[in-house]
Design a binder for this molecule. Sequence first.
Ligand SMILES: Nc1ncnc2c1ncn2[C@@H]1O[C@H](COP(=O)(O)OP(=O)(O)OP(=O)(O)O)[C@@H](O)[C@H]1O
Ligand SMILES: [Mg+2]
Length: 237
Amino acid sequence: MRIPLMSIPRFGFGIKGLDEMLSGGLIEGTVSSIIGAYGTGKTNFAQYYIWQGLIQGQSALYITLEERTSRILGYMENKGWDVSQYLDSTFTIVNLDPSDFNLAINSVKNELPTLIKKTGAHRVVIDPVSLFEDLFHDDATRRREMMRFLESLRDLNCTSLLISEADKTNTFASKYNLIEYLSDTVILLKYARGEDVNDVHLAIEVVKMRMSQHSREVKPFEIHQDSVTVYTEATVF
Ligand SMILES: Nc1ncnc2c1ncn2[C@@H]1O[C@H](COP(=O)(O)OP(=O)(O)OP(=O)(O)O)[C@@H](O)[C@H]1O
Ligand SMILES: [Mg+2]
């Protein structure tokens, strides 16, 4: 039986302008990616996504491959969020060390699906998935394994958000030019520079959303101590 798309729940970020651009949020059961260069706010958005789930009573799993668990928790607490109250129940944070090749590949491919099932996580973040992609020796293996991995996420009944580094020469693409093809939704973060080189803004764009309407406009945004503002009324240059 086909379920009408309108009735499929949306998983928002709790950031008004962004949720509007996504027609409410990420579609339940799908895999999305946020692509951006260093410092464009990827981890910030991932944390909003997690927090929004926790305060709605959902369970969340944050896999960090780059920053230690304590730092991720520190960032969230600095935003004024009492994350610790969820740690023994609905919030699981796991730090994988990508320098340990076998551990990382096996953890992500085999143990992660088990962990998602065990925690019943509604929202899953992998930050950054690029470090997992780095582990494969050639493009064909990477493509095959990542395709399988994303399919296993879709089968798990969770709504996943993969954080991806941008390609160094083309900041519109991910590091391996792969995750954007495999994801159902792609959000791009980038620096936008005006005619005056000192005039730099961060900008956000929803470039792809399978099965859904979404805004195609590029909107400026700002990261503050305890909030993110996406200026939906404004345009970027
Ligand atoms: N408390 C804050 N107040 C204002 N701006 C902040 C604050 N915290 C972070 N930022 C801004 O967010 C940027 C970093 O955001 P974030 O860590 O989410 O980026 P990222 O894309 O994950 O970077 P990386 O690729 O290095 O992991 C900082 O460079 C800063 O401009
Ligand atoms: Mg980050």
